[in-house]
Design a protein around this ligand. Structure first.
Ligand SMILES: [Zn+2]
Length: 74
């Protein structure tokens, strides 16, 4: 069976989903949308990226705005 390798789009390192070093919310996906204010859907383009939770938080101008760590299940 082929091994799927996830690469963090920010730091470039592999995201091993089985690593005990990962943040509890890893692996993460970024959903990037161009022309976000465009009303016509065919003028917006979307692409998904993998990333570490900590890497994404680290590039935010206001890291405190990422508050998903407090989200509870259920
Ligand atoms: Zn990373």
């Amino acid at each position: 069976m082929a091994r799927v390798v996830l690469q963090c789009s920010i730091c470039g390192n592999e995201i091993d989903p089985h690593s005990e070093k990962l943040h509890k919310l890893d692996p993460c996906g970024l959903y990037f949308v161009t022309n976000i204010l465009e009303e016509e859907a065919d003028k917006r383009f979307e692409q998904a990226f993998y990333c570490h939770y900590g890497c994404f938080k680290g590039i935010l101008a206001s890291p405190e705005s990422l508050n998903l760590e407090e989200q509870e299940e259920g």
